[in-house]
Write a protein that binds this ligand. Structure first.
Ligand code: NAP
Length: 327
């Protein structure tokens, strides 16, 4: 089967399209024929081993898991022993987070619990745009921030893969949303329901009077004291991602900086045990027209190098999709 393989860490030039052996499903696994996959920041971080600590899980000198790709949508081609949730020909979507990755290929084997049935009104491209970014956003809004109707929320990095879902889910949970994005994402973020939009190239929310119940740090960078100052007295800063400096600041100094007073910092780590429940909740939001996947660009799998280059430019609006098989 065709796959995007990498044998050394580095930029998109380390990716190559080659033939590898088609996997065989083991106990509890299904073999999925992949129609579409989406690129996540995690794929880029794994490809580059950035931060360096990423090597602890995937090989110190070269990658053990040679095929990247977390988010997939496709059809069940075969089922292994003991599979009860899915049958051959089911259209499914999900992620390979708990498996061995491998979504940038014609086929992948995943545990049957890694995927859910695909809503019939979604294309494979739309479905592949949802899993990791959608689940991250849902857990950030529902579990980390526990958003209540009427709360004032600021989302820094609103235009990207995770951010476009956080905007929509925060609105669905009844928040008033201030979205921070660049000039090219402005129109998109407005169309997703943001109440107020700040262009980070000319406006700095940390210098404004406004205070927020919740700030989601998804992309870009501000210091912890700046986030803290922009919160209301019992506000929560949810650190989802962003520049390495943002992540390390929160990990190293987060608890210390938020030690006094009622303000809190929560460092989001996706809880993978909720995947089935989360995909179901995301499907319900889709069905209620409160959520839609945003696709910026679609590349054929043979053009994976350019797809990664585009993602690495850092201004993706929503998600970038790799198309693998036609339906
Ligand atoms: N905690 C977790 O479990 C978890 C799970 C998934 C992802 N993450 C992390 O979440 C982060 C976001 O992932 P993603 O997939 O959404 O990334 P992405 O799609 O690549 O994000 C690109 C977006 O970042 C925006 N951006 C760039 N510089 C910005 C700035 N200075 N201020 C505000 N926005 C800026 C860009 O908006 P403009 O074009 O408008 O500039 C673009 O829309 C990553 O760090 C990822 O590692 C964490």
């Amino acid at each position: 089967m065709k796959a995007v393989v990498y044998d050394q860490y580095g930029g998109p030039e380390v990716l190559r399209i080659t033939d590898v052996e088609k996997p065989i499903p083991g106990d509890g696994d299904i073999l999925v024929k992949i129609n579409a996959a989406s690129i996540n920041s995690a794929d880029v971080r794994l490809m580059r081993a950035d931060p360096f600590l990423a090597r602890l899980n995937n090989g110190l000198t070269k990658p053990k898991k040679r095929i990247l790709g977390l988010d997939i949508a496709g059809t069940v081609e075969a089922v292994g022993p003991g599979v009860t949730l899915h049958a051959v020909s089911d259209a499914v979507f999900g992620d390979t987070f708990q498996d061995d990755l491998g979504g940038f290929a014609e086929y992948v084997c995943v545990n049957e619990k890694s995927v859910a049935k695909m809503p019939s009104d979604l294309s494979f491209e739309q479905a592949a745009a949802i899993p990791l970014a959608g689940i991250t956003a849902l857990q950030a809004v529902r579990d980390a921030a526990v958003i209540q109707p009427g709360q004032a929320v600021l989302i820094q990095g609103a235009g990207g893969g995770v951010g476009t879902y956080v905007v929509q889910i925060a609105k669905a949970y009844g928040a008033t949303v201030t979205a921070v994005c660049g000039p090219n994402s402005r129109e998109l973020v407005a169309s997703l329901g943001a109440d107020r939009i700040l262009d980070y190239t000319v406006q700095d929310f940390t210098r404004e009077e406004a205070r927020y119940d919740v700030i989601f740090g998804i992309n870009g960078y501000h210091s912890l004291p700046e986030y803290r100052n922009s919160l209301k007295p019992a506000g929560i800063y949810v650190m989802v991602g962003g520049k390495n400096k943002q992540i390390f600041d929160a990990l190293l100094f987060g608890r210390f900086r938020f030690m006094f007073g009622r303000k809190r910092v929560v460092m989001l780590t996706v809880d993978d045990s909720k995947r089935q429940q989360d995909l179901t909740e995301l499907c319900a939001l889709l069905a209620a027209d409160q959520l839609k996947p945003v696709i910026d660009r679609t590349f054929p799998i043979d053009d994976a190098v350019n797809a990664f280059r585009y993602v690495e430019e850092g201004h993706v609006r929503g998600k970038v999709i790799l198309t693998i098989a036609t339906a």
